[in-house]
Design a protein around this ligand. Structure first.
Ligand SMILES: Cc1cc2nc3c(=O)[nH]c(=O)nc-3n(C[C@H](O)[C@H](O)[C@H](O)COP(=O)(O)O)c2cc1C
Ligand code: SF4
Ligand code: SF4
Length: 366
């Protein structure tokens, strides 16, 4: 494909064009029309409303905790605004907007039957249905498909043991796309000063630690079903969104990163993704979609590792030596040594070398 100087970040999700792959997933940053307008202004390609339901939620006090390393614990429910408020005031206030508006609707088929029509008529581009009960999800999708003409996404959860079968049932029910995944839980952190659980109970985990889980699930879905995926969970940088697209996502959902670090996240992530595309000669973000999937279908089985050491890059931090569980690596002055009899070819020494002074190549031959 011909290289463009300014790569094209637009992606097509269920027939709708997003200016960039970043979707603000459902959560507190999309609690009202004003908040959603701010997310569009910050550069989100699409925004999913906080989940609208027949009854507004009353959240526990407190219900969000930053637990470090880009992770968040929450016990937040759905929208604390009524469905009537969304239909009469919030959604109509967004008729003029700079991106794709997706209304999240839960949590039962009866809720969807009651509200999908009015919510769609209030002018949204797509619906996203969500339930805490996996087995209820196909009924929510069917109810939405009967009620509206706009595309219907379904939000799926890693907490469901039979997630892939659920996605199969959703595809059968006519879903147009899936958003994977919701926050994970229940999880537990203890405040050691009080001995009490953080947030006074177990909570739901989101942010960086869940990224490898969300990516594996996105890849599993992409390998099995031909359905657009909004890959969501733990994305905190543009290059992490690149990974998610390569795992098979069509677009990338985010919430914790912009919540903890501000809406400037969108600008930074778009710039970083664009830089990646330029540096790697891609003309379109959409070219990245699913690039990792053939490698998952047929993993490499290397016969060995060939190490390369660049002494000029080495900071002599000794990390590569410290992490070798087998005592196989030594840095003696400017010389790097490996005891080939002890080395198990695990790869960790090169993986921890931040300056890239120690690298390996895969040896595939016999
Ligand atoms: C505080 C908070 C509230 C959330 N509320 C909702 C919600 O109302 N509906 C929903 O479908 N997902 C909700 N989510 C889940 C997010 O949309 C997203 O799927 C999840 O946090 C993983 O993405 P992240 O790691 O980028 O945050 C919420 C997440 C957080 C952190
Ligand atoms: S980890 Fe890298 S930089 Fe540190 S001593 Fe080893 S080779 Fe040098
Ligand atoms: S590859 Fe593993 S076993 Fe071999 S030197 Fe590096 S850390 Fe040690």
């Amino acid at each position: 494909m011909e290289r463009k100087e300014t790569p094209d970040l637009t992606v097509e999700l269920c027939g709708l064009r997003l200016a960039n792959p970043f979707v603000l997933a459902s959560g507190p940053l999309s609690f009202s029309a004003e908040a959603i307008r701010a997310a569009f202004a910050a550069g989100a390609g699409a925004v999913v409303t906080k989940t609208i339901s027949s009854h507004p939620t009353v959240n526990p006090i407190p219900h969000m905790a930053d637990i470090g390393q880009g992770a968040l614990l929450n016990t937040e429910g759905w929208s604390d605004l009524t469905a009537e408020a969304w239909v009469d005031t919030e959604l109509p206030a967004l008729r003029e907007r700079d991106g794709i508006l997706i209304a999240s609707l839960g949590h039962t088929a009866a809720d969807v039957e009651a509200w999908a029509g009015p919510v769609a008529a209030a002018g949204v581009d797509m619906l996203e249905v969500v339930s805490y009960v996996a087995g209820d999800m196909p009924a929510l999708v069917r109810a939405a498909k009967v009620a509206v003409e706009v595309p219907v996404l379904a939000k799926v959860s890693a907490n469901w043991p039979d997630l892939l079968d659920v996605v199969g049932a959703l595809v059968k029910a006519g879903v147009d796309g899936v958003a994977a995944i919701d926050s994970i839980g229940p999880t537990l952190r203890i405040d050691i000063e009080t001995g009490r659980p953080v947030l006074n109970r177990t909570g739901w985990l989101s942010g960086s630690p869940i990224r490898p889980i969300s990516q594996r699930i996105v890849a599993d879905i992409a390998l099995r079903y031909d359905v657009p995926i909004v890959g969501t969970g733990g994305i905190g940088r543009g290059v992490e969104a690149v990974e998610m697209l390569m795992a098979g996502a069509t677009a990338v959902g985010v919430h914790t990163a912009p919540l903890l670090r501000g809406l400037g996240f969108f600008d930074r992530a778009v710039i970083e993704m664009r830089q990646f595309l330029v540096a790697h000669n891609y003309a379109y973000a959409a070219q990245l979609q699913g690039l990792a999937l053939p490698h998952l279908k047929k993993p490499l089985e290397p016969a060995g590792l060939t190490f390369a050491f660049d002494v000029d890059c080495c900071t002599h931090c000794n990390r590569c030596v410290e992490v070798c569980a087998y005592g196989a690596r030594r840095l003696l002055g400017d010389e790097m040594h490996v005891d080939e009899g002890e080395c198990r070819l695990c790869g960790l020494c090169a993986a921890v070398c931040k300056p890239g002074a120690l690298r390996f190549e895969l040896a595939t031959g016999p």
